[in-house]
Design a protein around this ligand. Structure first.
Ligand SMILES: [Ca+2]
Ligand SMILES: [Ca+2]
Ligand SMILES: [Ca+2]
Ligand SMILES: [Ca+2]
Length: 300
């Protein structure tokens, strides 16, 4: 009798464990491959900000550039995905060609003959005045288009350093000249997927502890919003323009949906382990009883 009760308890425990594993929601995060549309495209709750100017809004002097040349500064779409569970913002920037390939010749660290002829250079590793800036207004007090105060953070590379300094900084300049506005480095870890190349053409990175950025005031789990502006360009690529989302000094609002709290009655993760443990203990006890029973029967 006791044996059956134990067996029932064991089976019930294991079923509960299985049910818990099924009920637990899985929140998807992007896996970076250097291809932003592929990495963010089908992901739930991704915010995709399309460059209003689309592809082709970065000026290229044709001729001397070959017909059809598009600069690697030319942004198509900015992707943002916030993970409430880890307080991490994932960012992907889909550029036409390779991010940082100023003259669009397929080499982000090489200058084409036509650009050299104009006295310009396409530098490697976003060095020199090549710059990437994601401006963030964490508390929505920047007046879009004003160039005034309110931008709190810049993530990227300024117009002096190279990609080895890619990180999060206090923003202390004008949104009309973002590459010159990098202040003190922030403690938030910025993890860059790769230095853009032919194999991984898009800029992708994550910002850790997003809710701790200066002036941010939300708690992970809550819905929140912030403003962004994106800039990419160089002062040494004579004749080639730069790109902004949405335009110089103008921001775009990003709304992040809240993460619903776990449904009442859903067993938290720690309990899953306890249940799994008790299930195993039950199985052990059952096996011991069976073994004892067999031993008793085999006695003369
Ligand atoms: Ca563009
Ligand atoms: Ca190039
Ligand atoms: Ca370059
Ligand atoms: Ca602000």
């Amino acid at each position: 009798m006791r044996r059956y009760r134990l067996l029932t308890a064991t089976v019930l425990s294991l079923l509960l464990v299985l049910a818990t594993l099924v009920v637990f929601p899985v929140f998807a995060q992007p896996t970076f491959t250097g291809n932003a549309p592929a990495d963010f495209g089908g992901l739930p709750d991704t915010v995709a900000v399309t460059d209003p100017g689309g592809v082709g809004d970065v000026g290229v002097p044709i001729p001397p550039a070959p017909p059809g040349t598009v600069s690697g500064w030319d942004v198509a779409v900015l992707y943002l995905n916030y993970d409430h569970a880890t307080d991490t913002l994932y960012v992907g920037v889909d550029t036409f060609g390779i991010c940082g390939d100023a003259d669009g010749d397929g080499n982000p660290g090489g200058t084409s003959a036509w650009l050299a002829g104009l006295g310009g250079v396409d530098l490697a590793d976003l060095s020199g005045t090549e710059s990437f800036c994601l401006l963030i207004d964490t508390n929505n007090d920047y007046v879009s288009g004003s160039g005034g105060p309110g931008i709190d953070v810049v993530v990227g590379v300024d117009s002096v350093n190279d990609i080895t300094t890619f990180g999060a900084y206090n923003f202390v300049g004008s949104p009309f000249n973002p590459q010159a506005g990098f202040g003190a480095a922030l403690p938030n870890t910025v993890t860059l997927y790769a230095n853009p190349s032919a194999a991984a053409p898009d800029m992708e990175f994550s910002i850790a502890n997003f809710s701790t950025l200066p002036n941010a005031s939300f708690t992970p789990g809550q819905a929140f919003s912030f403003q962004i502006n994106l800039f990419m360009g160089s002062l040494q690529d004579n004749g080639v323009g730069e790109d902004y989302i949405s335009s110089a000094g103008a921001t775009v609002s990003v709304n992040v949906v809240g993460q619903p709290p776990p449904e009442p009655g859903v067993v938290p993760e720690a309990s899953t382990l306890i249940l799994l443990g008790s299930g195993l203990v039950g199985l052990g006890a059952y096996a011991r009883l069976r073994w004892r029973g067999r031993k008793r029967k085999s006695r003369p």
